[in-house]
Design a binder for this molecule. Structure first.
Ligand code: SF4
Ligand code: SF4
Length: 296
């Protein structure tokens, strides 16, 4: 049945598909029990994880309305794929269940309650699709962290995919260096440590406040720590393999000259369809501008 599921999801447009056994959550012990698949839905035996890429040239424009629309499209498509797979399994007499890609209603709620009911990133790692990077994202061989995931639980015991043999993060530190609000911090010696997995200290409040600003400006999410990560075959596809210095110079270069020609393709996109970051956030219009508060 696994082959059939993978073929179905590929035909529907999934870029990545992996299967994790529910036992992985207990074996790894990193997720509190209430957040594990077996606690959320007792019949679960396998978790099918679906990934969709965020094409690199669009991610590079962040913060922009174009990046925002891509993010929304990706989340919507993931929820559609999870919903469709759940019904596809049910039609084959296999019970299935899913939780949506992003399970919170506003950033203010996220600030007060900074956890989702289920973390799809752990599921992706346990399904052998990627490994955790310093930036706390799942890095995949295909797209680095420029990929989003959703998970479908099923009662069917499917053959699991093996975890990746080694961590993909090369510990360059670019994600922390480029974060515009210093939400990611990591001392250099930790980047050089022998530990198999190293993650930055993450100030979720700083990151969420940045997203709240970008929501007001209509150009969320931030995603700079995703944009600059050098991992991923997508860099070869787009000829963007050795551009780290370009990313590292961006903030200073644009502070000196907002029209710096080497960043003009991105600044052009950023100047259309959203509010400039430097201005005061716009007030809601009397007529009730359509509210599109979104999530990071
Ligand atoms: S999303 Fe933006 S603000 Fe949040 S950690 Fe990444 S770079 Fe920093
Ligand atoms: S930017 Fe560098 S340190 Fe950060 S997650 Fe990617 S490879 Fe790891």
């Amino acid at each position: 049945m696994k082959e059939e599921i993978v073929r179905y999801l590929r035909d529907q447009g999934a870029d990545l598909v992996g299967v994790a056994p529910v036992e992985a959550w207990a074996e790894k012990g990193r997720v509190p029990e209430a957040y594990r698949p077996g606690s959320l839905w007792a019949p679960a035996r396998s978790v099918i994880v679906i990934g969709l890429q965020m094409p690199l040239p669009l991610v590079e424009t962040t913060p922009s309305v174009q990046h925002m629309e891509l993010y929304r499209t990706c989340n919507r498509r993931l929820d559609d794929l999870a919903f469709d797979l759940t019904r596809w399994l049910n039609r084959r007499n296999a019970a299935a269940f899913f939780l949506s890609r992003d399970g919170y209603a506003s950033l203010d709620i996220l600030l007060e309650r900074p956890a989702a009911a289920f973390a799809h990133n752990f599921a992706a790692e346990y399904a052998g699709l990627g490994t955790v990077g310093v930036n706390h994202a799942i890095l995949t061989p295909e797209f680095g962290p420029r990929v989003r995931f959703v998970s479908v639980f099923t009662e069917v015991p499917l053959p699991p995919d093996p975890p990746l043999p080694e961590n993909l993060c090369i510990r360059c530190g670019a994600c922390a260096t480029c974060c515009p609000v210093a939400a990611l911090t990591i001392p250099k010696e930790r980047l050089r440590s022998e530990e198999p997995v190293v993650v930055a200290d993450y100030d979720k409040r700083l990151c969420t406040e940045r997203h709240k600003l970008l929501v007001k400006k209509r150009c969320y999410p931030c995603g700079i720590c995703v944009k600059v990560c050098p991992v991923g075959d997508d860099r070869r596809l787009y000829g963007r393999e050795n551009v780290l210095p370009h990313y590292l110079r961006e903030a200073d270069a644009l502070a000196r000259d907002p029209d710096d020609p080497s960043y003009r393709a991105w600044t052009h996109v950023r100047r259309h369809g959203s509010w400039p970051l430097d201005d005061e956030p716009p007030q809601p219009t009397a007529g009730g501008e359509r509210r599109r508060e979104e999530k990071p």
